[in-house]
Design a protein. Structure first.
Length: 279
């Protein structure tokens, strides 16, 4: 099974890159399942119904959100009608929607996707992400109850993301971070076979301040005062994420970072299990 996970889609630039690149990737890479984090897809804050439908129609099997899940208020209702959109599992129990879902590939294989919010340096104290994930992981078994299990960690602190990655090792196929918008270089296969990367990066314009036009962030850093609103940068986006080839065990056979287009250097190096075993 071939899986593609793409990081935070940032504004129009990110949506345009997704529309331009993803359909051909789906064919050329023989993708069985595609997950996209889209919590910044609408003006950099949240996801509108219109943009959610556009992204799903590109061949995306599951959309994950994050701390901006309901910044576009229409999502409060739409998420209850569209099971392919997930908000974090450790939101309040009264929050609409679900934090995980089981989806079928075209060949009938089951893929479980879960999203969790970190607690460190986040604006609100969300419930324990480890306990929330444990409930799901203890009731699922990769290679048996599901062909693959993907965890999106939407968090600020790399230390917290790495701890969650090790917590999931051997129980998840792929654990990947989102939220910080810069792709990390720590893609690896953990001791028990789970693929991990601290942040997938964003699908957005990197000639920016984490996806936002540079002027207003610099104004606030230099003067401590705001002069206007944050608006997404409008240059050519880099599509960033992780590709994983999954074995019948539910663990990865091969994994590679994905960076396509825009100002970042394109990246297609990969790790595989044989390389890890031989070192």
């Amino acid at each position: 099974m071939n899986i593609l996970f793409l990081g935070d889609v940032m504004g129009r630039s990110g949506r345009d890159a997704l529309a331009k690149i993803l359909p051909s990737l789906r064919i050329d890479w023989k993708l069985d399942f595609v997950v996209v984090n889209a919590e910044n897809a609408t003006s950099g804050v949240g996801l509108s119904v219109e943009h959610a439908k556009q992204i799903l129609n590109l061949g995306v099997d599951c959309i994950t959100l994050g701390d901006h899940s309901f910044d576009q208020r229409e999502m409060l209702t739409f998420i209850q009608q569209e099971p392919r959109i997930l908000r974090p599992i450790n939101f309040a129990n009264t929050a609409p929607g679900k934090g995980f879902g089981v989806f079928l590939t075209q060949s009938g294989e089951k893929v479980l996707v879960a999203q969790v919010l970190g607690q460190v340096f986040m604006k609100k104290n969300f419930s324990d992400p480890f306990a929330g994930l444990d409930t799901i992981l203890n009731n699922s078994q990769i290679g048996k109850t599901c062909a693959a299990l993907i965890v999106d960690i939407h968090a600020e602190a790399t230390s917290e993301k790495m701890a969650i990655g090790h917590w999931c090792d051997g129980r998840a196929t792929l654990v990947v971070g989102t939220h910080t918008h810069v792709p990390t270089s720590d893609l690896q296969i953990l001791d028990k076979g789970t693929a991990y990367q601290s942040d997938a990066g964003m699908c957005g314009d990197y000639n920016s301040v984490i996806g936002m036009d540079k002027v207003e962030p610099m104004q606030r850093f230099v003067t401590g005062m705001s002069k206007g609103r944050f608006v997404p940068a409008k240059g050519v986006a880099t599509l960033c994420g992780v590709f994983a080839e999954v074995a019948t065990t539910g663990l990865v056979r091969r994994v590679q970072s994905v960076r396509i287009g825009g100002v970042l250097e394109e990246k297609s190096s990969y790790l595989d299990v044989q390389k890890k075993i031989s070192t």
